[in-house]
Design a protein around this ligand. Structure first.
Ligand SMILES: *[C@@H]1O[C@H](CO)[C@@H](O)[C@H](O)[C@H]1NC(C)=O
Ligand SMILES: *[C@@H]1O[C@H](CO)[C@@H](O)[C@H](O)[C@H]1NC(C)=O
Ligand SMILES: *[C@@H]1O[C@H](CO)[C@@H](O)[C@H](O)[C@H]1NC(C)=O
Ligand SMILES: *[C@@H]1O[C@H](CO)[C@@H](O)[C@H](O)[C@H]1NC(C)=O
Ligand SMILES: *[C@@H]1O[C@H](CO)[C@@H](O)[C@H](O)[C@H]1NC(C)=O
Ligand SMILES: *[C@@H]1O[C@H](CO)[C@@H](O)[C@H](O)[C@H]1NC(C)=O
Ligand SMILES: *[C@@H]1O[C@H](CO)[C@@H](O)[C@H](O)[C@H]1NC(C)=O
Length: 723
């Protein structure tokens, strides 16, 4: 319960904040930059909110031609197909499209597709720059060999391959002395060894001589090219370029630096590479034999990755989406694992977050390009921050629309400092604006003037005019819609009255908050009795409300007119004698009395009882007799009594015979049971006897003798007897 009500509150507050971004935007530029949904009505006579959704403005009667609603525009102006094979660098098209014109409103993102594909044979220029400060002599031959190998290897990757070579040693000046112990003895073959101190230049007024000796560490590098006859000539004038300068040049010319250095220096360059875009570092063997592999490897590393970069300002957000090489689609500018010829599909979303404060930045050129390549997509972006009608040449100074006290533009007046009001008709000298606004507030705590449905003009509300509702009242606090609804169709005031500032004013004969109560009680008059609710109830809003009684025995009426009373005493008993004598000539009444009965029965074969009829039943002797009657209504005074022609008499049964029969039945049943028992016993006995006989015959008598038994007779033999 708690959580559900909590989330409801949360939703409600969001809805409150978010429903209407166009609310209270007083100027056209404010309006169109608030939300892409907002439009501005420039129509002269327009009493409603000028900043609203297009549909609302239209609904409120702003002419289509006067609704300013700039839309995003997207136009591809250069769209060459991607190259399969590049002949020259300038020919290769690796990004598509190449040029786009965009016109965007703030907070209204625009998505468009961009394709990238690395061309086969994309030109590669490799300039091989070598530090020869110590090893020129020993590596010269090897180098010539490697250069050849490098060229042939690279030609396998691309046939557009150019190789250049350069070398450097050091500034031929202080303080660039090699401090390695062995080189201190002999910096290079045939050189003299460095010494501790030698005075080359005695104290002198010519200070420029000293500057020349200092090898240009005073003057910073100007980042320009100082080459003459293949040699760098500013070596002694300027300092070495800084890492920042190198980074900038590398970006400018889309150069990929590869530092091929020995293991000893690798760590230094490994850190350095992170400071320079697109740079990489690899370990070179002492004899430089792996330079070809290194270059090839680094080249492949560089070309297997593409990362799109842009130079948009912070007011413009550029997002990249891609599935790269068949992965899941996600937000990423970088794709890895590329091969020559793989096409990468990007979706680029450009959103203007807000209008740039600097008006010059409202038109800007954004360049999107792969970080290491020179291909680029140029976007001419125009940010819509201003309405056309606000342009200087479209505004009307001291306009008659503004009582001559303001500038008229976009359908509204910008008033001079002491003036305000829709047409600058109010003078701030009479009342300050806040005082005026106070007069326009329904309650003092209100944040909006005129209940948010009108404009405050010099302390008086001018209510909005709307098609769907009427707004009125001194503070525009009234409208003709906020009344109770009722009836089957939930109409305002049930359709039986008019809504006046939250209250229903009902038509005659109608009442209640929503005019849903019919007051004319003639509708409740019972057609039978001519009484309102048959005299057993009140007529409430056109319906009978029958009286309720407190005890069970009381008459309880129901029905449309309180005319049905299932619990009321009936006339059944009173009619019984008349029905008896008329239909069957039985009962207590004599023939003369019978004639006085207030009705004449109508005999029928089957008795069907309808709603307004009463069903009666009585016992005439042993027989059930049924009849029904109908209450007399207003126009007639007699009872209609209908009787079922035949009574339901029970079939007479001879009780004596039934009893005798029952006794005989019981006796016979007893005898039968006895017989059955007897037969069962006989059968059982016979079986037992047969079994006994069988066992007797089968019996084997034990022939053993009791060992302690001694026969009573003894037999002696006379030994002499025999012969
Ligand atoms: C982006 O770079 C291009 C070319 O270098 C430049 O013309 C443009 O003014 C830059 N855009 C921004 C917003 O800096
Ligand atoms: C911006 O560009 C549009 C056309 O592309 C042009 O009409 C407008 O004057 C430019 N705005 C600014 C401030 O340069
Ligand atoms: C301001 O006051 C002056 C004099 O009191 C009056 O003539 C003028 O009409 C008032 N202006 C407004 C806008 O009420
Ligand atoms: C009530 O309605 C009847 C017709 O249904 C009408 O003749 C009568 O005048 C109405 N009574 C009142 C008080 O309006
Ligand atoms: C209860 O019933 C009796 C008779 O049936 C009646 O006279 C009496 O008014 C009833 N009491 C109430 C409170 O309706
Ligand atoms: C029945 O009849 C008796 C007298 O004949 C009379 O007093 C009584 O009101 C009658 N009952 C009904 C319900 O008509
Ligand atoms: C009264 O009853 C008679 C006979 O059933 C019927 O024709 C008549 O329409 C009834 N009158 C009313 C006002 O219901």
């Amino acid at each position: 319960m708690f959580s559900s009500s909590f989330s409801f509150l949360l939703l409600a507050s969001i809805a409150e904040n978010n429903t209407d971004p166009c609310l209270q935007k007083e100027r056209c530029s404010e309006c169109i930059t608030a939300s892409p949904l907002c439009s501005w009505c420039t129509e002269e006579e327009f009493a409603h909110r000028r900043c609203d959704t297009y549909r609302n403005l239209e609904k409120n009667g702003c002419n289509d031609a006067h609704i300013y609603h700039p839309r995003n525009e997207y136009e591809v102006t250069e769209n060459f197909e991607l190259s399969v094979k590049a002949a020259k660098e300038s020919d290769a098209v690796q990004i598509k499209p190449q040029r786009i014109n965009l016109k965007l409103r703030p907070n209204s993102p625009r998505k468009f597709p961009v394709q990238f594909r690395q061309a086969v044979d994309y030109p590669v220029d490799l300039y091989y720059l070598m530090d020869l400060s110590k090893s020129m002599q020993d590596d010269k031959e090897k180098l010539a060999l490697l250069g050849d190998l490098l060229a042939s290897e690279m030609q396998r990757i691309t046939s557009n391959f150019r190789l250049g070579f350069g070398s450097f040693v050091d500034k031929v000046a202080m303080p660039y002395v090699n401090m390695q112990p062995d080189k201190l003895l002999e910096p290079c073959t045939g050189c003299v060894k460095p010494y501790g101190f030698k005075n080359h230049m005695p104290l002198d007024t010519d200070t420029s001589r000293f500057k020349a000796r200092l090898g240009g560490i005073i003057k910073p590098n100007d980042g320009k090219c100082h080459m003459s006859g293949g040699e760098y000539v500013a070596s002694l004038d300027q300092d070495y370029p800084s890492v920042g300068q190198i980074h900038q040049k590398v970006k400018e010319y889309d150069v990929n630096l590869i530092f091929a250095v020995t293991q000893k220096h690798f760590e230094t360059y490994d850190q350095l590479k992170s400071l320079i875009e697109g740079a990489s570092a690899g370990v070179l063997k002492e004899d430089s034999s792996n330079i070809v592999d290194l270059v090839k490897e680094e080249y492949q590393k560089i070309t297997s990755v593409v990362e799109l970069k842009d130079n948009a300002t912070s007011d413009v957000k550029v997002s990249y989406y891609s599935s790269c090489v068949g992965d899941e689609r996600k937000e990423t500018a970088e794709c890895k694992g590329l091969h020559v010829g793989t096409t990468i599909d990007y979706d680029i979303v450009i959103e203007v977050l807000k209008c740039p404060e600097n008006p010059n930045e409202r038109n800007q050129t954004i360049v999107i390009k792969p970080s290491t390549l020179s291909d680029q997509l140029i976007i001419n972006l125009e940010i819509i921050c201003e309405c056309d009608c606000e342009k200087e040449w479209n505004e009307e100074k001291n306009s008659a629309h503004c009582s001559g006290f303001g500038t008229y533009e976009c359908g509204i007046c910008s008033c001079h400092s002491n003036r305000y009001g829709d047409s600058c008709e109010c003078d701030a000298k009479n009342l300050t604006q806040s005082e005026q606004e106070k007069l326009c507030k329904y309650r003092e705590t209100d944040t909006v003037v005129c209940s948010g449905r009108g404009a405050c003009r010099c302390g008086k509300c001018k209510c909005d005019q709307r098609i769907d509702m009427l707004i009125y009242g001194d503070y525009c606090e009234c409208n003709n819609l906020n009344c109770d609804r009722g009836g089957d169709r939930a109409l305002i005031c049930s359709g039986n009255g008019v809504c006046d500032c939250g209250e229903c004013k009902c038509d005659p004969e109608w009442g209640g908050r929503a005019c849903d109560c019919y007051l004319n009680s003639s509708i409740c008059i019972s057609p039978k009795s001519g009484l309102i609710c048959n005299g057993h109830g009140d007529c409430v809003c056109g319906r009978c409300q029958c009286y309720r009684s407190d005890n069970n025995t009381a008459e309880e009426y129901t029905g449309q007119f309180c005319d049905v009373c299932p619990t009321c005493p009936t006339k059944c008993e009173n009619f019984t004698e008349c029905v008896r004598c008329q239909q069957w000539k039985t009962g207590e009444l004599s023939e003369d009395e019978c004639i006085l009965c207030p009705f004449k029965v109508i005999p029928v074969n089957e008795l069907d009882v309808y709603e307004d009829e009463t069903y009666c039943v009585f016992m005439d002797g042993d027989c059930k007799a049924e009849f029904k009657y109908r209450q007399p209504n207003l126009t007639e005074d007699i009872f209609f009594v209908t009787v079922k022609r035949d009574k339901d008499c029970p079939v007479v049964v001879n009780v004596f015979l039934v009893v005798i029969g029952l006794i005989i039945f019981i006796v016979l049943l007893g005898l039968l049971l006895l017989l059955l028992w007897k037969i069962c016993v006989i059968i059982h006995d016979r079986r037992e006897f047969a079994k006994f006989e069988q066992e007797r015959q089968n019996a084997k008598w034990d022939t053993g003798e009791n060992p302690i038994y001694k026969q009573a007779t003894s037999t002696f033999k006379n030994p002499l007897y025999g012969k």
